[in-house]
Ligand binder design. Structure first.
Ligand SMILES: NC(=O)c1ccc[n+]([C@@H]2O[C@H](COP(=O)([O-])OP(=O)(O)OC[C@H]3O[C@@H](n4cnc5c(N)ncnc54)[C@H](O)[C@@H]3O)[C@@H](O)[C@H]2O)c1
Length: 375
């Protein structure tokens, strides 16, 4: 027999609920909320974190997993997190674009652990926070195996979210300014939904990250997972892969080798570049803060590709020439973050100027390429 609630019954039920709720809140300070349809979209309370998060008795108070921690940004994040003696850091990486070399100073440290692991496979481990960075970031690498790139973004993010759900960990995703595609709004605020080609050669990365963001919010709404999403804009600094096709590393390597700087046509396309220490600071503030994001983290200083080439030429090797070459498909014309939200919510803004950051990167590239300063 079908059970139908009469209007009178529902009214009475609601009245009883309100009386009970009032009683409870005056007696125990409990805020009891009615499960009405408009409340169904609110996130569930997060699952309990592991007892380690608040433990006073262990050597560490916080066990932090960094997927992709052997890569460029991840290894700098490891350095910063390891400065705090209360942190224990675990890196899971398949070394596709990262390297043990980036972490060599920590290998063997009692608070550090390195696992060869592909995030497209599940990982069972007790942690309190997850920085989920695993994903090739350079077009050369992510286009090399686009199917694997999208699997890393979708299955990898699902696996990391599954882990966060199981152990009650807070999880931060490093998304990207590429979710804005070739933007029609400039600069890009977080509220902009983007202009992305779903079937292009870059889509494995752009659309992969968009799905990853969707998964993060669905786990947050459905399972109460504590999520944080950073939308990272172009970042540069020591430990970038030397021949990874990203413009800053390309120009510095070309300048040091005495080759012409190759600017993709038309050369008026713009990018903004954030030094890696500023990026790490932004990511950690986001993880520790209360806002889920997405939050843009990047440097709003905007340069055309020709301006960048001229700056590298002036700072590193004034005798080289600048050569225009054909562009790759779907290369966005403009990219500049609106960081109003990061300023307001995280109290964050970048400190290192391009002219200060480039020489620090030059130093690292000289060592790795074996090009001494006074050649
Ligand atoms: N560097 C930037 O300018 C930039 C811009 C936007 C977003 N991001 C994002 O920041 C994160 C880190 O970028 P990065 O510049 O350090 O790149 P990176 O390529 O140096 O680091 C990525 C790391 O992930 C690892 N990895 C890749 N696939 C994996 C898999 N399936 N399983 C386990 N590990 C895997 C790689 O080996 C590497 O160590 C990425 O998620 C990237 O999308 C970076």
């Amino acid at each position: 027999m079908e059970y139908v609630e009469s209007e009178e019954f529902v009214k009475q039920h609601h009245t009883n609920f309100r009386v009970l709720s009032k009683l409870l809140s005056s007696e125990f300070g409990t805020d009891l909320k009615m499960a009405t349809s408009d409340k169904q979209s609110s996130p569930k309370p997060p699952p309990s974190p592991s007892p380690l998060r608040n433990s006073k008795f262990f050597q560490s108070n916080m066990r932090i997993l960094i997927s992709g921690g052997a890569g460029f940004i991840g290894s700098h994040l490891v350095d910063k997190l390891m400065e705090n003696e209360k942190n224990e850091v675990v890196v899971a990486d398949n070394y596709f674009t990262g390297s043990k070399d980036n972490l060599k100073k920590w290998i063997g440290h009692p608070r550090f652990e390195l696992i060869r692991h592909d995030v497209t496979e599940p990982l069972l481990i007790e942690v309190d926070q997850i920085y989920h960075l695993a994903c090739p970031a350079s077009p050369i690498f992510y286009k090399y195996n686009p199917v694997k790139t999208i699997k890393t973004n979708v299955i990898g993010t699902l696996n990391m979210l599954g882990l966060a759900k199981r152990v009650g960990a807070r999880i931060l995703l490093t998304s990207t300014s590429e979710v804005y595609g070739d933007p029609l709004i400039h600069p890009q605020p977080e509220s902009y939904w983007g202009n992305v080609n779903p079937i292009g050669v870059r889509s494995c990365y752009d659309e992969g990250k968009r799905v990853a963001e969707t998964l993060m919010f669905d786990y947050h709404r459905q399972h109460g997972i504590e999520i944080r999403i950073a939308r990272i804009f172009n970042t540069y600094g020591p430990r970038m892969n030397i021949d990874d096709g990203r413009v800053v590393s390309n120009f510095i390597a070309q300048a040091l080798r005495g080759e012409a700087l190759t600017v993709q046509k038309p050369g008026t396309q713009t990018r903004s570049f954030c030094y890696v220490s500023d990026m790490v600071d932004g990511l950690m503030r986001l993880m520790e803060g209360d806002d889920t994001g997405p939050i843009n983290i990047g440097n709003p200083g905007e340069f055309t590709m020709v301006e960048l080439a001229e700056t590298v030429k002036e700072l590193i090797n004034p005798s080289i020439e600048i050569k225009m070459v054909e562009n790759t498909p779907d290369d966005p014309r403009q990219r500049k973050p609106d960081i109003t939200k990061a300023k307001e919510v995280l109290g964050w803004e970048p400190k290192v100027k391009l002219r200060e950051g480039l020489p620090l990167m030059e130093e690292d590239f000289r060592q790795r390429l074996g090009v001494p300063k006074n050649k």
